[in-house]
Design a protein around this ligand. Structure first.
Ligand SMILES: Cc1cc2nc3c(=O)[nH]c(=O)nc-3n(C[C@H](O)[C@H](O)[C@H](O)COP(=O)(O)OP(=O)(O)OC[C@H]3O[C@@H](n4cnc5c(N)ncnc54)[C@H](O)[C@@H]3O)c2cc1C
Length: 486
């Protein structure tokens, strides 16, 4: 078990004192993309729900420190790249470099976050049986919790069911220098006041890759260190290896098989010492070092030890209906472990809400999950990889498409990338869709539908895709696989 710190339990600190704890039907702990939709769906059906969020607003890591701020920076970086490539499209801009106004980018980010956070609060205010409390919640037992508001006295409550949706926190390498001021997490990098001249990114998972490419586009000299033999370990190998080439074309120094040994202060900078794939010791210097080696489930100070809820460093243990070992207590989203995506937390939330409302419910399985990595070019994945499908016993076929020959990709100036459809040759159903292309994020919707609905390859082949669009790739890949009997 992970170490947890739980506030001292002392009935005298509780506002409820002698009158007994306030009863609620459902306690939801955490107001991210998991907890908020769960609370809203349950309260909209008339349940008395208490949603407790310890941050400043509703939206969780996704809104304040993850998906949205990173995509705001990504958008500015993409537009900068587009301006730099204007000549290729016959557009001659006035001579000189484009000026990056970092403060303006940060102000735009803050404004979007505030707008979205206020929108979320307005939506919950319209639900009469939903109470939102800003503060922290900790379980005191299987049916009791203590709520400590940000201002004011704590209160004990009694709940019928509880949903733990407390998300995840950055994992930190146990190495010398991890606590140096130059070493930041993704949350801190997204708040950085100045663009670093040099940035070392430790870890080439989705967050590390996205950040490395964003800051390289803004002009930082980036070194990306990855301990494994390739980037983005869980995704399709061919796509990951193709993306590595793009990363290197962008001028990022990519070191695979790099074991970071320690980080040392070097004036205002930091020196990251690592052992490279050949066993030689190397150093990478930078003003800022991003530690992006993954995320832990957030189970700190939750009082799980006063219940039968089990957890380890992978997450809270739940069954197929997201119930923990403590009957009536459920967990959703990042705190349950991988996959850690905002939309995954939300689909789990909505399925669980349906289940608690007594509706027939299909709980989502990772085999139909989809995800986008906002790299350059983008990566879109839905369903199973070739190896996962083979391991699951499918007789697999692969349909392919090369975006170098694609009309839309050529028009938009990104004639690169690939699409792979993994399908079951016997049952014909599409099991996985894997895309590397600028525009994969939008294209993936059809792939996610094909996987979720187990669409036969023949249906995809017969679907009429408009010309010239990237979506034609789906139909062409399917038709060619059918014709060639692949
Ligand atoms: C840099 C970055 C980029 C990302 N980009 C994407 C992306 O593009 N797409 C995507 O799908 N996902 C992305 N993610 C992942 C995504 O942010 C998470 O998967 C998602 O936020 C998980 O939702 P959640 O509701 O489980 O947890 P969270 O969003 O972490 O919400 C948990 C909430 O619980 C609160 N909380 C914790 N403990 C307590 C307590 N004791 N009492 C009260 N409240 C508590 C926290 O304050 C937090 O607000 C990104 C993550 C990062 C870090």
């Amino acid at each position: 078990m992970l170490a947890t710190e739980t506030p001292a339990i002392n009935a005298s600190t509780s506002k409820s004192g002698g009158v007994g704890p306030r009863p609620v039907d459902i306690l939801v702990i955490g107001g991210g993309p998991g907890g908020t939709p769960a609370a809203m769906a349950l309260a909209s059906a008339g349940r008395r729900v208490l949603l407790v969020e310890k941050g400043a607003g509703l939206g969780g890591t996704c809104l304040f420190e993850g998906c949205i701020p990173s995509k705001i920076l990504h958008e500015s970086a993409q537009r900068l790249q587009a301006i730099r490539c204007a000549k290729k499209f016959g557009l001659h801009l006035p001579a000189g470099e484009v000026e990056i106004d970092w403060d303006a980018i940060m102000r735009r980010k803050a404004a979007i976050l505030q707008h979205r956070s206020e929108g979320a609060l307005q939506r919950v205010r319209h639900i009469p049986t939903l109470t939102v409390q800003f503060g922290s919640a900790a379980l005191l037992g299987p049916r009791r919790a203590r709520i400590t508001p940000r201002d004011g006295e704590s209160e004990d409550i009694e709940f019928g069911n509880a949903i733990v949706a407390t998300g995840s926190v950055p994992k930190l390498l146990p190495i010398t220098g991890i606590d140096l001021p130059q070493v930041v997490t993704s949350e801190q990098l997204l708040e950085i006041e100045h663009l670093p001249k040099r940035l070392v990114v430790i870890g080439a998972g989705p967050i590390g890759v996205e950040m490395a490419q964003i800051f390289a586009a803004f002009g930082s000299q980036v070194t990306l260190l990855e301990a494994g033999p390739r980037i983005l370990a869980p995704i399709d190998e061919e796509i990951a290896i193709a993306l590595q080439t793009h990363i290197q074309w962008q001028g990022i120094v990519l070191e695979l098989g790099a074991q970071v040994l320690g980080i040392y202060a070097d004036g205002d900078s930091a020196r990251v010492q690592y052992q490279n794939a050949t066993g030689a010791q190397r150093n990478a210097n930078a003003e800022t070092v991003l530690e992006a080696t993954g995320r832990h489930p957030n189970v700190e100070r939750l009082g799980l030890e006063y219940t039968s809820v089990r957890f380890d460093h992978h997450g809270v243990k739940v069954d197929g209906k997201l119930e923990t070992d403590e009957p009536g207590i459920y967990a959703i989203g990042d705190v349950v472990g991988h996959p850690m995506f905002a939309h995954w937390a939300t689909v789990q939330a909505l399925a669980l809400a349906g289940h608690l409302l007594g509706r027939p419910t299909h709980f989502p399985t990772p085999a139909i999950n989809s995800a986008v990595i906002f790299s350059t070019p983008e990566v879109g994945i839905a369903g199973l990889t070739e190896s996962e499908a083979s391991a699951a016993g499918h007789n697999i076929g692969i349909a392919r498409y090369d975006f170098r020959a694609d009309a839309r990709a050529q028009v938009s100036g990104h004639p690169e990338g690939m699409l792979k459809l993994v399908y079951d040759k016997t049952e014909r159903a599409v099991l996985g869709v894997h895309i590397l292309a600028e525009g994969a994020a939008s294209l993936l919707g059809e792939g996610a539908l094909a996987v979720a609905a187990k669409v036969p390859l023949e249906v995809l082949a017969a679907t009429i895709h408009s010309h010239p669009t990237l979506s034609e790739s789906m139909g062409v890949a399917a038709r060619e696989a059918i014709t060639s009997g692949r």
